[in-house]
Design a protein around this ligand. Structure first.
Ligand code: RIB
Length: 336
């Protein structure tokens, strides 16, 4: 299939290439008869304009690249929605990449967005990628961390205080009378997961009669949560926790599925309380509505785009780290 060029359209319509460009971008500058002739040539030849090439010539694409850790996680869908609403208001689009908690895939998307000279990059990274983001910015592409608080003040970020969130979750379980608490979370390379555990430890540290058992998982997924829940059921009753803090709602949903297994499960919350993190829509719709720590996910996405646009407009602007506070949402899965 031959690619139709602007020159082909110009020849077919009997006008210059500049006139074809004006018909596409500034039709008010061209006579109605010429506009009609050029548009007829475009339709006849099946010409499709190459915005990417034009935007590269302009030096900046009208697309924002967003890289999320797990596209299956509704938390990131909400972030993407907030980012897209803010981008659309500025006449930009968002291209979504899923790193799947894999650093190679994350790097592939960063390379792709750099080659495409995107307007900017939003990323929820697996580990620390500060140096890579600083290199991007040196090449004229601003980047903002989402769902991760930047440790380097020269990189902007929009996140929630995950240490406060972890503490809030465990303080709630303790207030509900639970004393043998398990944290199901991992990989710990994801700093949000480690911070939530740190917050949990702060809450336990001031309650000597409370124990905290860490059950590591290799992914923040329903499957990993289900496996962890099944492992708890293999334990003798006296070695089982009386409460679980799951690193996010997907993990909590998997744990709930395992604990509710017919025949040899555990009653939630009667025998074991369960709290997640994010407060995704499915949390309230779970078979036992899930208590969770709410993140303002859409607002995180919107705010990240606002910061990104400011930095794209003025590369000298100072980086900002916006940290929202988490909110406890109590539902049936932890109620007394
Ligand atoms: O980004 C790591 C985790 O933090 C995600 O799974 C999401 O749930 C957020 O809470």
């Amino acid at each position: 299939m031959t690619v139709v060029s602007v020159r082909d359209v110009a020849e077919r319509a009997g006008v210059s290439v500049g006139t074809v460009s004006n018909v596409m971008n500034h039709p008010e500058k061209v006579s109605a008869a010429t506009v009609a002739r050029v548009r007829s040539a475009i339709d006849d030849l099946g010409f499709i304009r190459n915005d990417a090439a034009r935007q590269l010539r302009d030096g900046r694409s009208k697309t924002i690249g967003l890289i999320v850790l797990d596209v299956r996680n509704p938390f990131f869908t909400d972030i993407a929605r907030g980012a897209e609403d803010q981008a659309a208001a500025a006449g930009l689009t968002v291209t979504l990449g899923n790193s799947d908690e894999n650093t190679d895939r994350e790097s592939t998307y960063l390379d792709l967005f750099e080659q495409q000279r995107v307007h900017g990059v939003l990323i929820s990274p697996y580990a620390d990628i500060t140096q890579r983001l600083l290199r991007l910015r040196k090449r004229g592409i601003p980047a903002v961390l989402v769902d991760r608080t930047s440790t380097d003040l020269s990189v902007s970020s929009v996140s929630v205080d995950d240490i406060a969130g972890g503490r809030l979750a465990v303080e709630h379980l303790i207030a509900q009378g639970r004393r043998r608490i398990a944290y199901i979370g991992g990989p710990m390379e994801i700093r949000q997961v480690a911070d939530r555990l740190e917050g949990a430890r702060h809450a336990v540290a001031v309650n000597p009669d409370v124990t905290l058992d860490v059950i590591p998982i290799d992914a923040l997924s329903v499957i990993a949560g289900r496996a962890a829940g099944a492992e708890i059921l293999t334990r003798p009753a006296a070695q089982r926790p009386d409460a679980i803090f799951a690193a996010n709602d997907l993990v909590a949903m998997g744990v709930l599925q395992a604990l509710m297994m017919q025949g040899h499960g555990m009653l939630v919350p009667e025998q074991i309380a369960l709290i997640g993190y994010d407060d995704i829509d499915f949390a309230s719709a779970a078979v036992v509505p899930l208590s969770s720590i709410r993140q303002p996910s859409a607002l995180i996405g919107q705010t990240a785009v606002e910061i990104l646009l400011d930095e794209a407009a003025d590369p000298t602007i100072e980086a900002r780290q916006v940290v929202f506070q988490p909110e406890l949402v109590v539902r049936a899965s932890t109620r007394r």
